[in-house]
Design a protein around this ligand. Structure first.
Ligand code: SAM
Length: 231
């Protein structure tokens, strides 16, 4: 199936509310566990000198879980949508875990502009994460240039995203499954995201062709891809 890009930022209020109100917690907890296992396997502890950055943080679901899992680190969630960042701030404020989120702050910025914003880089990033971001980025080059400019040799990258279905029929089946759980706005967004996603081959080829061979890609089940490693 040919890739059909979607707008990078999620800026419409209705879209943001639908996304925020959906419960994706099972997948989010799974992602945090995957990152934790990876760090344990590599013998990389995260403590008070470490900075974790969550790119395209949306309403902050992953950022909050990172902040709670590694309470001694500093965690920054970044999103280019003012609407999403407001939602993330609101969620942090009303959270029953508010006391555990003192190490978390948000920045509203397009990921492509971060390198020029030196407010962020007071210390090197130890863990650079994203979830469901890559498919929003119109050109893969922009995503990889961003992680390259934010990473040092100590930065562990872990980026999870949807994998583009093989054909339209499979995309429509996934859309139909989504519609049984989520509202129409979210279902339509999910369908647009599936069509905008990249394939394993596209990500792998980009990595091989751009001297990024210390990164790797793996397919998780039928529907997800994970890009991980060092840049
Ligand atoms: C599908 S949401 C994922 C949110 C969150 N990571 C999660 O897993 O719940 C994608 C988010 O990436 C943000 N985004 C997309 N392109 C971006 C860019 N170029 N710069 C910053 N944020 C971006 C969107 O605004 C949106 O909030």
């Amino acid at each position: 199936m040919e890739r059909i890009p979607e707008p990078e930022l999620m800026e419409e209020k209705k879209q943001v509310i639908s996304y925020d109100e959906a419960d994706f917690s099972e997948g989010e907890v799974h992602l945090i566990n995957q990152i934790n296992h990876y760090l344990l396997r590599k013998n990389i502890p995260l403590g008070e000198n470490d900075l974790i950055v969550d790119l395209g943080c949306g309403p902050g679901n992953i950022s909050e879980k990172l902040a709670i899992k590694w309470p001694n680190t500093e965690v920054i969630g970044i999103d280019g949508s003012r609407e999403m960042i407001s939602r993330a701030e609101y969620n942090k404020n009303i959270s029953t875990n508010k006391k555990k989120l003192k190490n978390l702050r948000y920045i509203c910025s397009d990921i492509k502009d971060i390198k020029s914003n030196n407010f962020l880089i007071k210390k090197g990033i130890s863990l650079l994460v994203s979830n469901s971001l890559i498919h929003h980025i119109t050109n893969l080059e922009d995503f990889f240039n961003t992680i390259r400019s934010l990473s040092s040799n100590i930065t562990v990258n872990f980026h999870k995203d949807l994998k583009r279905p093989l054909d339209e029929k499979s995309a429509l089946e996934l859309k139909a499954q989504c519609s049984t759980k989520y509202n129409e706005i979210l279902t339509n967004d999910y369908y647009a995201s599936l069509r905008a996603s990249y394939t394993f081959k596209e990500l792998k080829n980009f990595i091989l062709e751009n001297n990024l061979s210390s990164l790797d890609v793996f397919e998780e089940g039928d529907n997800y891809l994970i890009v991980y490693g060092n840049v």
